[in-house]
Write a protein that binds this ligand. Structure first.
Ligand code: ATP
Ligand code: MG
Length: 133
């Protein structure tokens, strides 16, 4: 079994689709092993997305991620990292495959409804970032 970090981003929480996204997670067969609703500070968002600190969109991304509550979850499944990213779809909702969460619920390349870890090492960093042992 593998674990990944998933976030329902502020745009999706504002749209009142937490239930739809959690429903999809359960339908896909992921186990939800941790879950919390929090309003991140700008500093917490900056620390979480530190890998993007030199990208032109970093400031705007961190402002967006701290603009309202998010739902943070640890998901568990065989190949959870890859499978959750497939369920989310491409970063840009316009390029995401039909049937993916970002295609269904994303608004823009920034306001794209959900987050998922992209590798074993990042999943470990991200899970420990929000759920300290
Ligand atoms: P995430 O890490 O949130 O799961 P991702 O791995 O698909 O998304 P990354 O390249 O890691 O994409 O970018 C992190 C987040 O930064 C994106 O989900 C999106 O919210 C924002 N982002 C990425 N590229 C852009 C861009 N060109 N303009 C604005 N925001 C962007
Ligand atoms: Mg990423």
């Amino acid at each position: 079994m593998e674990r990944t970090l998933a976030i329902i981003k502020p745009d999706a929480v504002k749209k009142r689709i937490i239930g739809k996204i959690v429903g999809r997670i359960e339908e896909e067969g992921f186990g939800i092993v941790r879950m919390k609703l929090v309003h991140l500070t700008a500093d917490e968002a900056r620390g979480f997305y530190i890998v993007h600190k030199d990208k032109p969109f970093y400031g705007s991304l961190c402002e967006f991620m701290s603009s309202g509550p998010v739902v943070i979850m640890v998901l568990e499944a065989e190949e959870a990292i890859k499978r959750w990213r497939e369920t989310m779809g491409a970063t840009d909702p316009a390029k995401a495959n039909p049937g993916t969460l970002r295609r269904a619920y994303g608004f823009s390349i920034e306001r794209n409804a959900v987050h998922g870890s992209d590798a074993r090492e990042t999943a470990e960093f991200e899970i420990n970032y929000f759920f300290k042992k």
